[in-house]
Design a protein. Sequence first.
Length: 210
Amino acid sequence: MLVYTAGKYRGDINKNIAHARQVAIELWQQGYTVICPHLNTQNFEQDSNLKDEIYLDGDLEIILRCDAVVMIPGWRDSAGACCEYDFALRHDIPVYEYPTLPTKSPTEKLRPLQCNAFLSTIMKMYRIHLSKNHDYSPANILATGEIGLVTRLWDKIARLLNLTGFKFTVIYDGFQPPSQPKHESIDDTLMDSAVYSIIGILLRKDSWGK
């Protein structure tokens, strides 16, 4: 489980860094993987004139990839930590106030290989989306909307049904032994279907192409 620690930085900076470090160490000792922004950009303000907003934007991007956020006592006095708290809630990322710590789900405990493979596949889907969207541009979906999206999804599903033994002409003709794909693999077909499903959600949220 990847956990982000959020808390006050400005003010007594060294004290706040030390407090965040203590919480991060405890989390590591409890078996979590921890992102501690206090240590990630420790004392950068001494050598950089970057605005706080730059760091906050980066931290929000990190939170988006985390499984939980732990709020360090005193966080309500920090405008940045309050933004991180609100951001996590908006994106359905669980938030805990120290000393309460996240609880791993039974699935994470019982099936670590499954969980790691699931996360790895999701990130692979994201990289496929980046690569293919660069080639096609968002226009391939925007031009046809949900009808085009459903057509693309059905194309993938029909291919998958055919390769796994479900034979169709005009009507269902029964099950036959699976056949070997000649072009893209079954795994690729499943991956594309999942990517199109996510694109459909983004399209319905009016987020696609923006």
